[in-house]
Ligand binder design. Structure first.
Ligand SMILES: [Zn+2]
Length: 310
C-alpha cells in the first residue's frame, strides 16, 4: 500500500478532518499522465500543475501536454506571433518539467470556444484519452467558482466529461475504426483557485521538495513573453516610495525584468508554502481529487474499513 492508498483509507477512518489538515497523497501507480489545459502557461503558473507533473515524472510516469487553444490573445506581438511565441514557450516549459517533448495542439481559437460546437472539442479530448491511455489525468477543475477565463471554463468541462466518457463503448464508436478502444481513467487531479470563494475545496495535497519548487519557478520563467514584466517591478517600487517605503531586495536589482522575475518567484514560493502548511509539510500543491470509488461512496466506506496492507 503506498501513501496514496493509505491516505485515502485514512480519510475514511479519521472521518472529518480539520480545515488545516489536508491529507498528503502520492501519485497512484501507473505510467501515463495526460495534462489538458487551454493555454501555454497553465501547467507552470503559481496556481498551476508543475508540482504534480514533477511528482508523477519522478515516479516514472510519461507526461503529455494538450494545449487547447492557439493562445493568440496572450502577449504583445499580435495574434499570429503571440500564437507562435507562446507555442515555443510551451515547449521550453515542458522540457524544463521533463514532459514528453511534443505538444498535442488542439489550436481552438483563443476565447472563442463558446461559439464553437463544444462537443467537437470534447470529442477530440475523448479521442486523445483513448489514444494515450492515461492512468491519471490532470487539468483545471471545472467546479472552480468565479472563474472568468472562458478557456479555463470550457476546456475543463470538456476534459472532465471526456475522461469519463472515453470508457464507454457507445460514445463515438467511430473512433474504434482508427485503432483505439474505450479507455477508463480513474485518477483525476483538478487544479484551480479554490481559495477565492465557495465551491470545491481542495481535498488532497501533493508534497513538493525545495528542488521541485525551484524547477516550477524555472518553468514559469520559460514564458518570458507574457510574464517578464518590467513595469510590475517599477510600479511596485513607485507605490512603496509613495508611502516612504522600499524593499531592499528590489533596490539591489537595477534590471527591472530581473526584478519582475523575482516577484514571480516570491509569489510562487508563497503559494507552495501556503498549501504545504495545510498538510504540515514545507511545500505542496492542492488538488481536488476524484478517485476510483468517488461515485460509489458506500463501497469506498466498506473498503476504507476493511482493506489491509499485504
Ligand atoms: Zn490559462
Amino acid at each position: 500500500m503506498n501513501r496514496f492508498t493509505l491516505s485515502i483509507v485514512l480519510l475514511g477512518i479519521c472521518g472529518v478532518l480539520s480545515a488545516a489538515d489536508l491529507p498528503l497523497v502520492d501519485p497512484p501507480p501507473g505510467k501515463v499522465l495526460l495534462v489538458a489545459q487551454p493555454h501555454h502557461d497553465d501547467h507552470t503558473t503559481d496556481y498551476g500543475l508543475a508540482g504534480v507533473i514533477l511528482r508523477f515524472i519522478a515516479d516514472g510516469y510519461k507526461a503529455y501536454y494538450v494545449r487547447g487553444t492557439n493562445d493568440e490573445k496572450d502577449g504583445r506581438l499580435g495574434f499570429p506571433r503571440n500564437d507562435m511565441m507562446n507555442l515555443k514557450e510551451t515547449y521550453d516549459a515542458l522540457r524544463i518539467l521533463g514532459m514528453e517533448d511534443h505538444v498535442i495542439n488542439l489550436n481552438w481559437r483563443n476565447n472563442f470556444e463558446t461559439s464553437y460546437a463544444l462537443n467537437d472539442q470534447r470529442e477530440q479530448l475523448i479521442f486523445l484519452v483513448r489514444k494515450y491511455k492515461p492512468d491519471a489525468v490532470a487539468g483545471h477543475n471545472a467546479w472552480e467558482h468565479y472563474q472568468k477565463n472562458p478557456g479555463h471554463r470550457n476546456l475543463s468541462w470538456n476534459y472532465e466529461e471526456a475522461y469519463w466518457l472515453a470508457g464507454y463503448r457507445n460514445v463515438h464508436p467511430e473512433h474504434f475504426e482508427m485503432g483505439v478502444g474505450p479507455h477508463e481513467t480513474y485518477h483525476y487531479f483538478g487544479k484551480a483557485r479554490l481559495d477565492w470563494g465557495r465551491g470545491h475545496r481542495p481535498n488532497v495535497i501533493l508534497e513538493m521538495t525545495e528542488e521541485q519548487v525551484k524547477v516550477k519557478e524555472k518553468a514559469i520563467h520559460a514564458h518570458q513573453h507574457v510574464y517578464a514584466n518590467p513595469g510590475g517591478a517599477r510600479s511596485t517600487r513607485t507605490r512603496l516610495a509613495l508611502q516612504g517605503l522600499y524593499l531592499p531586495e528590489l533596490e539591489d536589482v537595477d534590471d527591472d525584468t530581473t526584478a519582475g522575475n523575482m516577484m514571480i518567484e516570491w509569489n510562487m514560493n508563497w503559494i507552495s508554502r501556503r498549501w504545504g502548511k495545510e498538510a504540515n509539510v514545507k511545500y505542496g500543491e492542492d488538488y481536488y481529487y476524484m478517485g476510483e470509488f468517488y461515485h460509489l461512496p458506500g463501497l469506498k466506506e466498506f473498503l476504507d474499513e476493511n482493506v489491509e496492507a499485504k
